[in-house]
Design a protein around this ligand. Structure first.
Ligand SMILES: NC(=O)c1ccc[n+]([C@@H]2O[C@H](COP(=O)([O-])OP(=O)(O)OC[C@H]3O[C@@H](n4cnc5c(N)ncnc54)[C@H](OP(=O)(O)O)[C@@H]3O)[C@@H](O)[C@H]2O)c1
Length: 284
């Protein structure tokens, strides 16, 4: 099946890498489902895509993905409206300066960056499997390399730092990818993770207020454009080269090893079980 005949869901599609990926993929005529958390902004992206690509098969949904109830409602709406989903691009992410729990009592970086990928994928899995060959792509980060899963203190209570929480969540993305790929072996569903590079997006900037705005040019001195930073996600979405590749991590559209901790199968399984417990689901 050609990419134009497929349906793709992109989270974090209202800005940065998600938005750019949506724009590029929409140019092929693919059916695009954007997920954002701000209606006006997400609608603006829909309009921009339709205007620049002439592809009118662009839909959107709104949800705060750090709130599990909203993820569940979102997945229900998607399943009601769509009978096929060939590509799920889990991409929404953020960093937070201060420690805060979500309404589910989970530290918000872990809730958004890791658990939303886990729960969205679980809730849409039947639809994805029925649509096979299908691809699940998870945006991680090279930040995972110095990440640790603090199994005894996942919420990082009393020892919070923005980077500690971010790295933990991004290592979670890699370990989730590896364990899910193993579970999907023998099916028509592939699962891969990626690092987009250091990309000139807004991630983290609003959290730092005026300081963020002022420091942006310094932080992004060596960063690449969103166009460049979306190349690996676009590659994983549309390239025939990765049709059968699963359980891998990519950077600059090439397979790369990840940190040692990410390959410890016992810890992958432990994270999986903890994630099931925190989301109240159980994968067969
Ligand atoms: N930029 C980099 O250098 C870099 C490097 C490595 C990895 N990454 C990863 O790339 C992914 C995309 O980030 P980006 O750089 O493109 O950042 P971005 O421009 O800030 O985009 C993040 C997207 O996630 C959405 N989002 C944030 N919080 C959300 C929530 N609670 N519920 C639903 N959606 C939410 C944002 O919505 P709004 O538009 O409403 O803010 C936006 O659409 C992230 O997973 C990030 O960790 C980025």
């Amino acid at each position: 099946m050609e990419i134009k005949d497929k349906t793709i869901l992109i989270t974090g599609a209202s800005d940065g890498i998600g938005k750019e990926t949506a724009l590029r993929i929409a140019a092929h005529g693919t059916k695009i489902i954007l997920v954002g958390r701000n209606e006006e902004k997400t609608k603006g992206v829909v309009n921009e895509i339709v205007k620049t690509t002439n592809n009118e098969k662009v839909d959107y949904f709104i949800a705060d993905l750090s709130d599990q109830n909203q993820v569940r409602v979102l997945a229900e709406k998607i399943k009601e409206k769509y009978s096929r989903l060939e590509i799920l691009f889990n991409n929404a992410g953020a960093t937070f300066r201060s420690w805060k729990l979500t309404s589910d009592d989970i530290e918000r970086t872990f809730a958004l960056n890791h658990l939303s990928y886990f729960l969205m994928t679980y809730l849409l899995m039947d639809l994805i499997k029925e649509s096979g060959p299908a691809r699940i792509i998870n945006t991680s980060s090279s930040g995972h390399r110095t990440g640790v899963i603090h199994f005894d203190n996942l919420n990082l209570e009393k020892e919070y730092s923005l980077m500690k929480a971010y790295r933990q969540s991004k290592l979670g993305n890699v370990m989730f990818t590896y364990e899910l790929a193993r579970k999907m072996a023998g099916t028509e569903v592939t699962v891969n993770a990626l690092h987009p590079g250091l990309v000139k997006t807004n991630i983290g900037i609003p959290e730092w207020g005026l300081i963020g705005k002022l420091l942006k040019p310094v932080i992004f001195r060596n960063a690449i454009s969103v166009e460049e930073g979306s190349k690996t996600s676009i590659y994983l979405i549309e390239s025939d080269e990765v049709e059968k590749v699963s359980g891998k991590y990519f950077y600059k559209s090439k397979e790369m090893n990840t940190n040692e901790a990410s390959y410890i199968v016992e810890d992958q399984k432990r994270l999986w079980e903890v994630s099931e417990g925190l989301t109240g689901v159980h994968w067969e």
